[in-house]
Every structure is written in structure tokens, then in C-alpha cells.
Design a binder for this molecule. Structure first.
Ligand SMILES: *[C@@H]1O[C@H](CO)[C@@H](O)[C@H](O)[C@H]1NC(C)=O
Ligand SMILES: *[C@@H]1O[C@H](CO)[C@@H](O)[C@H](O)[C@H]1NC(C)=O
Ligand SMILES: *[C@@H]1O[C@H](CO)[C@@H](O)[C@H](O)[C@H]1NC(C)=O
Ligand SMILES: *[C@@H]1O[C@H](CO)[C@@H](O)[C@H](O)[C@H]1NC(C)=O
Length: 272
């Protein structure tokens, strides 16, 4: 009886508005916190396909800044909702997303991405910058952080062929930790894992991340150089500009359609 009352009191003493004030909705991100786990749902209402665009990136930068303060109340962050590719026209500076993703790898909290829906380009880089990924049946495609996860040969195969990779294959090669048949199983597994990690002290999570980051992460200089020299040099060239234009035409400005839903097969239409 006493225990029941204590639970009730605890719920009563933790009014939602207080938590919401500390971790408010950052525009496109809805947050809820309990027992050391912060759940973040990405819902980009500016985009019909939940693009990982400047809105999401700015909101994430604000959220990350709060989390960087080593808040020991939050020990695990779970990101969910589908994130689609970014053909970055929103930020003149390519270094913003690079710095943002680097900051995510650097967070004092353990980070988990729940993948439901298609994930490509910078959306995939975002997943890679989290510590762990779990998927239901959804295609993925991406590049820079990938080779440390799945190796050089498979990275070249997937990136050069621009193929979509299904969640089962992604789990087999280590692109995602595990794939689940249903959304329910996926969320149950991730919430149980997050709760377990959140049992441990924040300092242990930070120390573990520091060590594993040191041996598994691309160097920041390499990521910056890729954004500055490789991508920035390629973007203004006629073949890329033509492909962008064609992409916006066939996707009707990035709305849901065959190209977004079946990119791996449809991508050929951009180049012939
Ligand atoms: C996203 O936000 C909009 C507007 O607040 C809401 O109507 C919609 O249900 C949300 N979608 C999801 C998947 O949460
Ligand atoms: C948080 O912890 C990291 C790693 O221990 C440290 O480098 C950083 O200065 C700390 N940040 C704050 C705001 O205390
Ligand atoms: C990344 O974090 C640093 C502080 O460590 C901050 O100065 C910088 O603005 C952050 N970058 C982004 C893009 O959020
Ligand atoms: C796509 O956007 C361009 C530029 O804003 C506009 O001119 C065009 O009509 C749009 N096309 C569709 C199919 O919405």
C-alpha cells in the first residue's frame, strides 16, 4: 500500500510541464523523458517526407546543446521516426551538418536510432552518428560513417551502385544492430535496451563512449575535408546540377512518389 502510494506520489511530483520546460519540443522534435531515457521523435511538418533538412538540423543543434551539459538525468537518448535524404540547399555551409553529427557522436549519453521508413544520404549519416541502430523493414543508403561499420568492400558496393539495402541485409552486415518484423517488436526491444543502459552511471557511459569512439570513428578532419573539398566541389558541376533538377521534377519537389518509395530501382531515371 505504501509502495503504491509512493509510486502515485512520484508520478504526482514529476509533473510533465516541468520536464517539458527542461526538454521542450524543439520545433520538429518532440521529447519525453522518463527514468534516464529521453525519447525524441523527429516529425518535420515542413516536409511531406520528413526530410532531414535545415529545420530538423537547427532543432537538433539546440537539443544537442542541452544534452552536452552532461545532464546525468538523461543517460540514453532514443531518436525515432523516418528520416529521408537531404539534398542540402538549406544550409550554404556544408560544415553545419558535419559539426552537428560530430557533436552527436560526442554526446555524454548513449544514443539509439530507431529506423522506420526510408533513410538515405544525410539521413543515413545521422543514423550512423548514433551509437546504435535498430530497424524494421526499411531500405537504407549512405556513406561516410558507414565503412567503419560494414567495411570497405561492402561500402563501395552499396555506395557506388546507389542501391537501397533492406533492413534484414543491413542487420546481417552490421549496418544496423538488428532488424524486426514489426514496429511493436522494434520499439519494445529498444525501450528495454535503453532502460537497461540507463541503469548505469553517466560517467561509465561517457568513458565507454570515449574509448569506443577513439577506435571506431572517422577523424573530424576527414569529415570536414569531405564536406568542403569533395562534396562542395562536386555540387556546382553540370552533371550534379542536372541530376538535382531532374530529381526535383520526378519527385515533384520531394513528395511521396515512386522515386522516394523505390529509389534503388528508380534512380536510373535520373541519368538516362
Ligand atoms: C506531426 O506533427 C503534426 C502537427 O503537430 C501532427 O498532426 C502529426 O500527427 C505528427 N505526426 C506524427 C507521426 O507524430
Ligand atoms: C562533459 O563531459 C565531457 C567528457 O567528460 C567533457 O569534455 C565536457 O567538458 C563536459 N561538459 C560540460 C558542460 O561539463
Ligand atoms: C557542436 O558543439 C560545440 C560545442 O562543443 C558548439 O560550439 C557547436 O556550435 C556545435 N555545432 C553544432 C552544429 O551544433
Ligand atoms: C517545385 O518547386 C518549384 C520552385 O519552387 C516550382 O516552380 C514548381 O512548380 C514545383 N513543382 C511541383 C510539382 O510542385
Amino acid at each position: 500500500m505504501l509502495r503504491f502510494a509512493a509510486v502515485l506520489l512520484e508520478i504526482w511530483l514529476l509533473p510533465l510541464p516541468a520536464m517539458a520546460a527542461r526538454y521542450p519540443s524543439y520545433g520538429t522534435l518532440q521529447t519525453t523523458k522518463s527514468d534516464g531515457v529521453l525519447n525524441v521523435v523527429i516529425n518535420n511538418t515542413y516536409s511531406t517526407i520528413n526530410l532531414f533538412d535545415m529545420h530538423v538540423q537547427s532543432d537538433l543543434a539546440n537539443l544537442i546543446e542541452t544534452l552536452q551539459a552532461n545532464d546525468t538525468d538523461v543517460r540514453v537518448v532514443v531518436f525515432s521516426k523516418s528520416v529521408l535524404p537531404l539534398y542540402d540547399t538549406g544550409f550554404p555551409d556544408m560544415l553545419f551538418p558535419v559539426a552537428l553529427l560530430w557533436n552527436i557522436t560526442q554526446l555524454p549519453q548513449a544514443t539509439i536510432a530507431v529506423v522506420e521508413g526510408r533513410t538515405r544520404g544525410i539521413g543515413n549519416e545521422f543514423l550512423m552518428s548514433c551509437d546504435m541502430r535498430f530497424a524494421s523493414t526499411s531500405p537504407l543508403r549512405g556513406a561516410m560513417y558507414l565503412s567503419r561499420l560494414i567495411g570497405r568492400g561492402l561500402t563501395f558496393e552499396y555506395v557506388l551502385s546507389s542501391a537501397d539495402v533492406d533492413a534484414r541485409t543491413a542487420a546481417r552486415v552490421g549496418w544496423v544492430n538488428a532488424a524486426f518484423d514489426t514496429s511493436r517488436e522494434l520499439h519494445q526491444y529498444v525501450q528495454a535496451l535503453a532502460a537497461r543502459i540507463a541503469l548505469f552511471p553517466a560517467a561509465g557511459i561517457v568513458a565507454t563512449k570515449t574509448g569506443i569512439n577513439a577506435v571506431t570513428r572517422p577523424s573530424r578532419d576527414v569529415l570536414v575535408q569531405d564536406a568542403q573539398n569533395v562534396i562542395a566541389a562536386l555540387v556546382p558541376t553540370p552533371p550534379v546540377q542536372d541530376a538535382f533538377k531532374r530529381f526535383l521534377q520526378v519527385t515533384r519537389n520531394q513528395s511521396i512518389g515512386p522515386m522516394e518509395l523505390n529509389y534503388g530501382a528508380e534512380v536510373r531515371r535520373l541519368f538516362n
